[in-house]
Design a protein. Structure first.
Length: 253
């Protein structure tokens, strides 16, 4: 059985001092998650990684929000995988819709990052999802399938199940709108079917697929109760320990 995963994405929020406050207050959060067989963590801005990891240690997953696919070089403003590894970070969000929208991130570039992360024994959290226009045109599956195929290009059979996939409909991120449980399950199931077609049923059954998009305590249990929804990628609700804890307790209660 696939283990449930709650993963926070802080985006461009929290100074180091604010991140330290969160880390200190979160000590019991990881213990509660583990005791209920849930993996839980936060992906934070680069500047917060060292202080948060130092305090949280292995209580919660601590991940980065992006990385470069090259180990080093003339890439001003970028952070490499070896830099992340040296400070104990081995989870990285790849291809979030905000990076695709504002920074020109393509699925092909995401693929390079995924391959580099896997080569380094790290966990890519690969984001996919459609705009409201694409959704209204009824082209969600076609669009998402292209993202999955491009993202998994040349990913070896033995590595494919190590990639976490996060389905985030762009129209449901930070808008207060959210896809119904039925829509989330339908698309996550479709993604699993796509992975099956690229690899086989064994790999497809191992891959963890998250839903993200205005997930709240009132809705989290409904989403995570769906057969093909293995967890949630959470934005605003992960910024405070109490609201993040409420997501966990709402699911396990």
């Amino acid at each position: 059985m696939r283990r449930k995963l709650l993963l926070g994405n802080w985006k461009m929020n929290k100074t180091p001092s604010q991140a330290i406050e969160f880390a200190k207050a979160s000590k019991d959060l990881g213990k509660l998650a583990r005791s209920n067989k849930v993996d839980m963590g936060v992906c934070v801005p680069y500047i917060d990684l060292v202080p948060v990891k130092k305090i949280i240690k292995n209580s919660l997953i601590v991940g980065a929000e992006n990385c470069h696919y090259e180990d080093h070089g003339a890439f001003t403003g970028e952070v490499s995988i070896p830099m992340l590894k040296e400070i104990g970070i081995n989870w990285v969000i790849i291809g979030h819709s905000e990076r695709r929208t504002y920074d020109g991130e393509t699925s092909e570039k995401c693929n390079k990052k995924i391959l580099a992360l896997l080569k380094n024994g790290m966990v890519p959290v690969y984001c996919c999802g459609e705009s409201l226009e694409t959704y209204n045109e009824g082209k969600t599956k076609e669009f998402v399938k292209e993202q999955i195929i491009a993202g998994f290009k040349d990913v070896a059979y033995e590595d494919a199940s190590k990639v976490v996939i996060a389905y985030e409909p762009i129209w449901a991120i930070g808008t207060g709108k959210n896809a119904s449980e039925e829509i989330a399950e339908d698309i996550c199931k479709f993604i699993r079917t796509t992975i099956k077609s690229l690899y086989d049923v064994k790999v497809a059954n191992k891959v963890r697929i998250l839903y993200g998009g205005s997930v709240k305590p009132a809705s989290v249990k409904g989403y995570l109760s769906q057969k093909d929804v293995d967890g949630a990628l959470v934005g605003g609700a992960s910024l405070e320990v109490e609201s993040y804890k409420e997501l966990l307790t709402s699911y396990i209660d």
